[in-house]
Design a protein around this ligand. Structure first.
Ligand code: S3P
Length: 177
């Protein structure tokens, strides 16, 4: 696709459970579409001046979610690819914002696939000191319907590599432009 066509493509927003590759696929999309990437978790860490585990430990999950909602609201209209944190779909107000910003891409992955990627990751407080597979299975039961309700495109992520997923998303953007 020529570069000027790329520029006019809609800006994808990525959702999905932790470990599904939102940030890394977001970086690939940013490079290929020549657009900036806004990574919501990174913005939260920058603004708080603390790591995600520290924010959870000092102020709690609700405080983290308040920051996430506020920053999502502030950046949603920017000309950028947006990679969200896995819990962004939990709040109705966030889901409303996501639905008003197509295309939303859900990188759908099985808990078994995700657990293999993130077990033991100390930067993810929700799975720290617990069985990652058990926790991710519980999160999938709670969150799959919420991701689905926001998604314009669902990608079965576990069967594909990141470059192929990036190409699939770009093809989809071309069709919706
Ligand atoms: C969370 C996912 C994390 C981060 C925070 C909460 C969640 O982001 O926002 O730890 O509730 O699923 P990633 O999905 O990028 O790991």
């Amino acid at each position: 696709m020529p570069n000027n066509t790329m520029k006019s493509l809609p800006r994808p927003l990525l959702i999905g459970l932790m470990g599904c590759g939102k940030s890394s696929i977001g970086r690939r999309l940013a490079k290929r579409l020549d657009m900036p990437l806004i990574d919501l978790d990174e913005r939260i860490v920058e603004q708080a001046g603390s790591s995600i585990p520290d924010i959870f430990a000092q102020f709690g999950e609700a405080y983290f979610s308040d920051m996430e909602s506020r920053i999502l609201h502030d950046i949603i209209d920017q000309q950028a690819i947006i990679a969200t944190g896995g819990g962004v779909i939990l709040r109705a107000a966030n889901r409303k914002l996501l639905k008003s910003h197509p295309p939303v891409i859900w990188l759908k992955a099985a808990p078994e696939f995700l657990a293999g990627r993130i077990a033991g990751d100390s930067n993810r407080p929700l799975i720290a000191n617990q069985d990652a597979l058990q926790k991710l299975t519980a999160l999938a039961i709670e969150r799959y319907p919420l991701y689905e309700s926001c998604a314009d495109l669902i990608i079965a992520r576990d069967d594909m590599n990141k470059d192929d997923i990036t190409t699939l998303i770009i093809d989809f953007l071309g069709k919706t432009a």
